[in-house]
Design a protein around this ligand. Structure first.
Ligand SMILES: [Zn+2]
Length: 128
């Protein structure tokens, strides 16, 4: 994986037995940090198997962002996302569009991640 110019590789974490690079970048360096009008604190790029945290956070917030994105990455890499997503989509209400059901899943995953993040062991990654 190529790191954008100016971005920094902070290290590697093993997430669901996959070596996952952790990158610190600005939204300009990593467009995946932009979601509509919002600039995210982090993102997990499942295709590239990389976690990116936004440059400029204090160390504590950056660690929280790494942990949060690790949970998202774990759900995807472990296959649990598909298990949960399939279950949520199978409970679609009559007349509910697939897009609405997908949005409901996204919100549900975010709730799972926010509950799980404080409970996972703090990453031992020493952020540079
Ligand atoms: Zn999230």
């Amino acid at each position: 994986m190529r790191i954008p110019k100016g971005a920094k590789r902070l290290g590697t974490l093993h997430v669901a037995n996959m070596a996952t690079p952790i990158i610190r970048a600005t939204a300009k360096q990593w467009p995946g940090l932009v979601d509509g009008d919002a600039t995210l604190l982090g993102c997990a790029d499942d295709e590239a198997n990389v976690i990116v945290v936004r440059d400029g956070q204090d160390p504590s917030q950056e660690r929280d962002s790494v942990n949060h994105e690790c949970v998202h990455r774990f759900l995807a890499a472990s296959g649990l996302r598909n298990v949960i997503r399939d279950e949520v989509l199978s409970r679609r209400r009559p007349g509910e569009s697939v897009e609405d059901a997908e949005a409901a899943y996204e919100a549900f995953e975010e709730r799972i991640v926010r509950v799980a993040t404080p409970l996972i062991p703090t990453t031992r990654l020493v952020l540079k």
